[in-house]
Design a protein around this ligand. Structure first.
Ligand code: A3P
Length: 282
């Protein structure tokens, strides 16, 4: 569970690999991530994006469920047919999930500093053709701090998750910590998930899921050969793909002083009441 652009796909790959592919020899490891680890709220996004992405997702579903019904929720059918242990992605906040979620499932919540999130989100909205954002960075920062982006408000999303961080079925993870020491964070995940992996397995998974390695298989991992049809090729060439920079703190090269102070004021107001702080956010 994450607000968008906080490292969801990375965490999905780490968790799916730890649970299903500890020796890096699973025959389906190269299949698209959403076919292995379904994204339950993607039916809603497909309705918004209309036919094209729906068709692509249905292709994934047909591989896993030959008698799938194209008129029913695609992600939900895929989720229902995913073998245990299931690793399910959502960007929905706690308040839109079933109230007994933590009694029935282990939840990993990933958070990331808002300045990197806004840039990553802006890139995403320019890259995905069905979103096709053409406005400025300044305007986008305004949308972000005024809570006008999808899945927002950002702080409300966090506010619903942070107080639950000590629940035995909840694991709270920061993108910045994963970046600083992936193996240490994977050891914590190993204890939380009960996967009992060896040092050597964790070492190899940390390498396999590093930005550089995941970038090599970006097309296959995201939508297979069809990925190019829903990405803006100019944005892709100029600013990068879905895996863009993969860094913590890279906002320093990009955000103007005005944008930084808008986010700083907004962060100060919210993070103090919440009692949460992010590395690389100032
Ligand atoms: P950037 O746009 O800053 O590069 P999500 O999966 O929640 O949409 O998050 C996407 C962000 O996670 C992107 O950030 C992407 O590059 C980054 N990311 C994906 N895989 C990663 C990895 N293996 N290591 C570090 N960052 C990764």
């Amino acid at each position: 569970m994450t607000y968008p652009k906080c490292g969801t796909t990375w965490t999905q790959e780490v968790v799916w690999t730890m649970r299903n592919n500890p020796n890096l020899d699973h025959p389906k490891a190269g299949a698209p991530i959403s076919a292995r680890s379904p994204f339950i709220d993607s039916d809603m996004l497909m309705e918004m994006g209309k036919e094209k992405s729906k068709g692509l997702m249905f292709e994934l579903l047909k591989d896993a469920v030959p008698d799938a019904d194209p008129n029913e929720g695609i992600a939900l059918q895929l989720t229902a047919h995913t073998p245990d242990p299931r690793t399910i992605k959502t960007h929905l906040p706690f308040s839109l999930m079933t109230p007994d979620l933590l009694d029935t499932a282990k939840v990993i919540y990933v958070a990331r500093n808002p300045k990197d999130v806004v840039l990553s989100f802006l890139h995403h909205c320019r890259l995905i053709k069905t979103i096709g954002y053409v406005g400025s960075l300044d305007q986008y920062v305004d949308y972000f701090v005024n809570d006008l982006l999808i899945y927002g408000p950002y702080w409300e999303h966090l506010r619903e998750a942070w107080p639950q961080r000590d629940h035995p079925n909840m694991h709270f993870l920061f993108y910045e910590d994963m970046k600083a020491d992936p193996k240490a964070e994977m050891k914590k995940l190993d204890r939380f998930l009960g996967t009992n992996l060896t040092e050597e397995q964790l070492e190899k998974i940390a390498h396999y899921t590093s930005f550089e390695e995941m970038k090599k298989h970006e097309k296959e991992a995201l939508q297979g050969k069809n990925m190019d049809t829903f990405l803006d090729q100019e944005v892709l060439k100029k600013d990068g793909g879905f895996y863009r920079k993969g860094q913590a703190g890279s906002w320093k090269d990009r955000l103007t002083d005005t944008d930084q102070s808008k986010i700083d004021i907004w962060t100060k107001e919210n993070s103090l009441t919440l009692g949460i702080s992010f590395k690389y956010s100032i």
